[in-house]
Design a protein around this ligand. Structure first.
Ligand code: ADP
Ligand code: ADP
Length: 228
């Protein structure tokens, strides 16, 4: 069974041309799928529908075989990492990572919060920095704290919306390596939106190409970028 299934998914805003038009795609457990396409082609809309931040107009989205169309975001067990993931400057690294758990008031006892934050910090090699404030971290460490927020929810899958697009080339390269390493350790199913061919090549198991809301092609990065 696929981890995430999109079946004839449609999104219409108002009565205009559909932003996402009849998209069907099966994403396997542990698979890293890259979503590419020109600006305005519906990539963010698609991610937001999967995570539950946007209603779907038609079709079905399933997670582990369960249709989630009507489920609230918190019941989908997904974690979305946005383009501008600002950290809270007045909170320690520990509290920044713990933040999504604290939001669900009373759900996680303190020892569970600690266990999860420490596990996330270990995965991201932030153990030494848990008491520091974001201002005292390097850019790469800050990005890792933002990832920690996704990991700490022990999500079924990650959704990334151009997470590296605002970084300079050096940090982008560094973070690409971090994400690849995190993926090897966690093996979590991921949908990752990017414009960057190098990210698609290094991270993706498959690349899905979206154009004007329609899925044009799904292929391995090699097949897509190395064709004559
Ligand atoms: P991408 O992420 O690929 O740049 P988007 O998913 O943001 O594309 O947008 C797809 C289309 O849907 C665009 O034409 C955009 O203008 C439109 N759109 C996105 N969000 C809204 C909204 N909240 N209301 C109306 N139209 C929207
Ligand atoms: P509310 O009804 O309280 O406004 P929502 O139904 O909009 O809440 O969803 C909030 C829930 O979404 C949170 O409890 C959390 O589980 C989930 N959530 C918050 N941030 C993210 C994220 N980045 N990715 C995925 N799920 C998130």
């Amino acid at each position: 069974m696929a981890a995430i299934t999109l079946s004839h998914v449609v999104k219409k805003y108002g009565d205009g041309f559909p932003a996402v038009n009849d998209v069907s795609l099966d994403i396997d457990d542990g698979e890293f799928v890259i979503l590419v396409g020109p600006s305005g082609c519906g990539k963010s809309t698609l991610l937001r529908m999967v995570v539950g931040l946007e209603d779907i107009s038609d079709g079905e989205i399933s997670i582990d075989g369960d249709v989630v169309n009507d489920k609230a975001p918190r019941d989908r067990k997904l974690a979305m990492v946005f383009q501008n993931y600002a950290l809270y400057p007045h909170l320690s690294v520990f509290e920044n990572i713990a933040f999504p758990l604290r939001l669900e008031k009373g759900k996680y006892p303190e020892d569970e919060v600690r266990r999860r934050v420490e596990k996330a910090a270990e995965t991201l090699e932030l153990q030494e920095h848990l008491d520091r404030k974001p201002a005292n971290l390097s850019g790469g460490q800050r990005q890792r704290v933002a990832m920690g927020r996704a990991i700490v929810r022990e999500a079924r899958a990650f959704l990334f919306d151009e997470p590296l697009s605002n970084l300079d080339a050096k940090l982008r390269g560094q973070m690409r390596t971090e994400i690849a390493r995190m993926q090897r350790r966690l093996g979590t199913t991921t949908i990752y939106v990017t414009h960057d061919q190098t990210e698609a090549m290094t991270l993706g198991d498959r690349v899905a190409v979206l154009k004007k809301g329609v899925l044009q092609q799904v292929a391995s990065p090699r097949a897509l970028y190395e064709q004559p």
